[in-house]
Every structure is written in structure tokens, then in C-alpha cells.
Write a protein of this length. Sequence first.
Length: 337
Amino acid sequence: MLVLGIESSCDETGLALYDTERGLLAHALHSQIALHAEYGGVVPELASRDHIRYMVPLARQVIAHAGCQLADIDGIAYTSGPGLAGALLVGSAFAHALAVALNLPILGVHHLEGHLLSPLLSANPPDFPFVALLVSGGHTQLMDVQGIGEYVLLGDTLDDAAGEAFDKTAQLLGLDYPGGAALSALAQQGDLQRFSLPRPLLHSGDLNFSFSGLKTAVLNLVRKHPDTASRADIAAAFQAAMCDVLVAKSLSALKQQRRSQLVVAGGVGANQPLRQALTREVTQRKGCVYFPELQFCTDNGAMIAFAGAMRLLHTREPAGPFSVKPRWALNSLPALR
């Protein structure tokens, strides 16, 4: 089954073609970083307009790269939520228009399910069951995963998500948007021993997260040490605190669920110190960690095409009136049996 995947939940327009027999055939991505950098964050109306601008060219690009024709497509999957309502509507409208024109089955995909399943696109995918750490700009969650659609929420963020905390901390340090990668690069130059920052909820006894207090602690440090030379040390302290919390909670989840496999997905999953720490700690406990390829850590069409293909083999929805779900709980999805 050949499925066209469409991702437009926030500030990246991604399209891909996934074949259930041949794998990923082609994918293309347009990032809006330059568009939003001037404003220090995503402007929803500008994001929606940019999705409109790039949706058709990217669709043509992936079809050409895959050596396919529109008539070869067997189904369409699009991100239905969660995300920015206007941005979601662009992808949904395009997907439904194509489905009607080509008389194809169509399916709305949960954005986080796309992320969660993205490591299955790798040459060495995990087997079910596993614990998943979802870390992105909008979400930080721990899930127990027994199969596609069989998700149990173990822990969630009570305020800022990990990626959001990275970006806001980078802004406090005077770094350009988006700041996560820039903060990580700056942290490499810093002295880990100079400053100590709190590890929120590290000993809470549950698997929830909270990063707003960590961000406030950084703000206090920046006010006490406004010199440029201290920025790298503060960045290093922040990144170390963040990694410590994410690693400790992930290990606790594995122990609680008696799992040996950890899947890490989402944009923060590209952070190299986090990858190294999780790999080291889980391996020492005779477990395995699985990450998506770096190109699939951020939002992309490939993960939507894959997740959609898995579900379209079992279920589909009519290409008629459509809606999107800016808020949508991952553990509310139906399981595939």
C-alpha cells in the first residue's frame, strides 16, 4: 500500500511517500525557522500561509523523487492534531481535496503517534512492548507502548515541555530563535561545575515533569551573572539538569513497567548529551535505547506516512467534511487488533 503523508501541525511542512512493502520512498521538508526568527517564536497566521505556499510544490517533489504518479497512491494520511488549528487545517484541506479528487481512503493521524512510531522507520527498529519518552517543543510524556494504539500514559509535564524550556532558556541567554540547538552548542563550551541548578520533581515518586522552575532558576542566574562569559556555564548547567531529570524518569519508567526497551522521539531526542546519557544508563542496565534518525526527530512527513500506512491497513475514514483536533490525547486512540 502506497501512502502519502502530510505534516503541517506547526512550523514545518513535510510530505512523504511510504510503501508498506518497499518502505520509505521519498520525503521532503520545508522549515519555517527563518520566517519566524524575526519574531522570536512561531506566528500562527504566518505559519498557515507558509504551509499553503509549499504544500503543492513539496507534494510534486516527493512524487517525482519516488518515481511515482498520483494514480499510484493508495491512501492519504495527514496530521489531524494536536497542533496549531490553522496550520492543521491547511494540511487537512489539502489531504481531503486530493482524496476526493482521486477517490482514495484517507486517515487523520495523531502527531505524537507519528513521533512515537518514527524509530520503526530505522534499519534496526524496536519490538513491542517498550517505554517511550516523547520530548518535543510542546510535549514531554512517558508512555507504555504494547502495540500501535495501545498507549498508557505514565507521566506528563505539569507546565513547560522540555523543548519549550530549551527555547525559553536560550532566549534568556540572548540566543536566536529557535534556541535549543544553539543552547546545546553553547553548553559544550561551558563549565559544568560552576553553577548548580535544581532538578525539578527528580524525587517526586511519580513520572511527571516540571520545567518552569528550572527556567526561573536560570533567569535568576542570568540576573546575578549578566556577563557574556557566564552564558556558556549557565547553558551547561541547564542542559545537565534537564538531562538528569529526563534520564532518571525514563529509568524509573522502565523499572516500573519491567521493560528493557526505551524509545526516544521528538525534537529534543536529537540532543547529543541526552542521547549519550540515556544510551549509557540504559545499556548499563542491560536494556536498549532506540532513537529515530536525526532527520526524523523534528516534525516530518515520513512519520505521518508510516503511522498512517499502519492504520490504513486496518481502518479508514470517508473523504468528506473534515475537522482538526488542536488538543487530542494520545492514549485515546483505538488499538489495532
